[in-house]
Design a protein around this ligand. Structure first.
Ligand code: NAD
Ligand code: IPM
Ligand code: MN
Length: 350
């Protein structure tokens, strides 16, 4: 069986962590005799440079025909004033592929609790998933415009959009610890009032799952105070964006967190939750764990290659446990060396 992957390295540290991830994937493929066909395409700032478009037509077409898509990261100061920014390419890609369900797992295994800036007893055992709605809300609502005198963004959700993301969260919770925390701002926002009502309705179909509601401000606090109380968090686009970056700190670094984005049908996309990190790009110090774990999510969720994914996760965890840590986690291992150490463990040489 052959699996086709469209790779979008993007900008900043994107190409560095993509190179790391693909090298490791190649080693894993040799070990498990798997056949991956990988096509690389320009996207984001690289798309603007090559084709004056952050999402060139050929890149979108390659994504549409792939079995799965791997994305590094996009954006950077070079394109901040471009007529169409790299970020617009990312939003357009998510919309074009219908990637409404963004799954962001946050785990702090015992071996890395000491890397968190929080007390070990607070983070130990943290294991939850943020289910972020990815194709609606204030990111996409119209009208949206600004000039010197004023600006408008529009926050819209249809009942159908809320229902389908809620179903994703409840289905996930059923495979885990049977708890869903829905995060909204129903004390202020009309869209959140509807959100809460629809989530309540969906919950009646899942009697085995406990549902709790939190306002987003309180949720931000509880994430830091008692993160182990969460199982599945479901929330709208912008709240999910902010809370998941906050949650990454529990693990010690934003450079640790992967994600999967699923459509109703068609290829899924896998990407770190972080950005292109222009402040460290080109220095060979980026943490590639976010990309390695995104690849492992792809192996599981798009290809059902569970054994290979487990093996990859173990090799990466062993590498960290052996003391190979990038700078963001207080170590001095380069991206290149970390990659080499993971490959060594994938080959079984350690
Ligand atoms: P960022 O996520 O790029 O970086 C935030 C901080 O985290 C920086 O200090 C950075 O060095 C660090 N960091 C991030 N990933 C790391 C890694 N793998 N290893 C080590 N350190 C890491 O956020 P930002 O600086 O606010 O944004 C930079 C650009 O990225 C912007 O153009 C933004 O729009 C874009 N962005 C893109 C995506 C995406 O491609 N999905 C996501 C977020 C931001
Ligand atoms: C992310 C990013 C994007 C988002 C930006 C770059 C559009 O922050 O993937 O989390 O806000 O969704
Ligand atoms: Mn983000």
């Amino acid at each position: 069986m052959s699996y086709s992957i469209t790779a979008l390295p993007g900008d900043g540290i994107g190409p560095e962590i993509m190179a790391s991830g693909l090298e490791i994937l190649e080693t894993l493929a040799a070990k498990f005799q798997l056949d991956f066909t990988i096509e690389t395409h320009p996207f984001g700032g690289a798309g603007i440079d090559a084709h004056s478009d952050p999402l060139p037509d050929a890149t979108l077409a390659a994504c549409q025909k792939a079995d799965a898509i791997l994305l590094g990261a996009i954006g950077g100061p070079k394109w901040d004033d471009a007529p169409k920014r790299p970020e617009q390419g990312l939003l357009a890609l998510r919309k074009a592929l219908g990637l409404f369900a963004n799954i962001r797992p946050i785990q702090v295994p015992a071996s890395i609790t000491h890397l968190s800036p929080l007390k070990q007893e607070i983070v130990e055992g943290t294991d939850f998933i943020v289910v972020r709605e990815l194709t609606g809300g204030i990111y996409f609502g119209e009208p949206k415009h600004w000039d010197e005198n004023g600006a408008v963004d529009t926050l819209t959700y249809t009942a159908a959009e809320i229902e389908r993301i809620a179903v994703q969260a409840f289905e996930l919770a059923k495979t885990r610890r049977n708890k869903v925390t829905s995060v909204d701002k129903a004390n202020v926002l009309a869209s959140s009032k509807l959100w809460r009502q629809i989530v309540e309705q969906v919950a009646t179909r899942y009697p085995e799952v406990t549902l709790e509601h939190l306002y987003v401000d309180a949720a931000a606090m509880i994430l830091i105070q008692r993160p182990t109380t969460f199982d599945v968090i479901v929330t709208e686009n912008m709240f999910g964006d902010i809370l998941s970056d906050e949650a990454s700190v529990l693990t010690g670094s934003l450079g640790m967190l992967p994600s999967a984005s699923h459509p109703e049908s068609g290829p899924s996309l896998y990407e770190p939750i972080h950005g292109s990190a222009p402040d460290i790009a080109g220095q060979d110090i980026a943490n590639p764990m976010s990309m390695i774990s995104s690849i492992s999510m792809m192996l599981r969720q798009s290809f059902q290659l569970f054994e290979a994914a487990d093996y990859l996760d173990q090799a990466a965890a062993d590498t960290m446990a052996a003391g190979f840590l990038t700078k963001d986690l207080g170590g001095d291992t380069s991206t290149t060396n970390f990659t080499k150490e993971v490959k060594k463990r994938v080959k079984g040489g350690e």
